[in-house]
Design a protein around this ligand. Structure first.
Ligand code: AMP
Ligand code: ZN
Length: 116
């Protein structure tokens, strides 16, 4: 996708981010507007619009993304008390950036999954 996509530009180093982990295929960086004491986004460097598109096209890369998210959670000290791993998908899911990203959220009780 490239220049039109915010997270492709972060992956390319064109826009700064606080990077916490990088592999050949994935990048993890702190959310610019954290919703929890720990809020890290984990992306594949390759562009896929959402987790469904990624899972369909490249299940192995989807697995690498999950593995990277697990390492981030461990590095951030979240394994003991637990954390939330979230993929907002599409309009009803509240997705705002259409480059697939896992939210790793933790560091405090996160409350119920949905507010009603
Ligand atoms: P979503 O609503 O699931 O698409 O989440 C998009 C997330 O990206 C939000 O939590 C934003 O705070 C975050 N975000 C937007 N711009 C940036 C940026 N430049 N660096 C880091 N996180 C960002
Ligand atoms: Zn992208």
């Amino acid at each position: 996708m490239g220049s039109d996509c915010l997270f492709c530009r972060i992956a390319a180093g064109e826009i700064p981010a606080t990077i916490v982990r990088e592999t050949d295929t994935t990048l993890a960086f702190r959310d610019i507007d954290p919703k929890a004491p720990v809020h890290v986004l984990v992306i594949p460097k390759e562009h896929y619009a959402d987790v469904a598109a990624l899972g369909r096209a490249d299940p192995a890369l989807a697995g690498e993304l999950l593995a990277a998210a697990a390492v981030v959670a461990e590095d951030e000290g979240l394994l003991g008390d637990g954390y939330r791993l979230m993929f907002n998908t599409g309009a009803y899911g509240g997705q705002e950036v259409f480059h697939v990203h896992a939210h790793v959220l933790g560091g405090a009780p996160l409350g119920p999954m949905l507010c009603r």
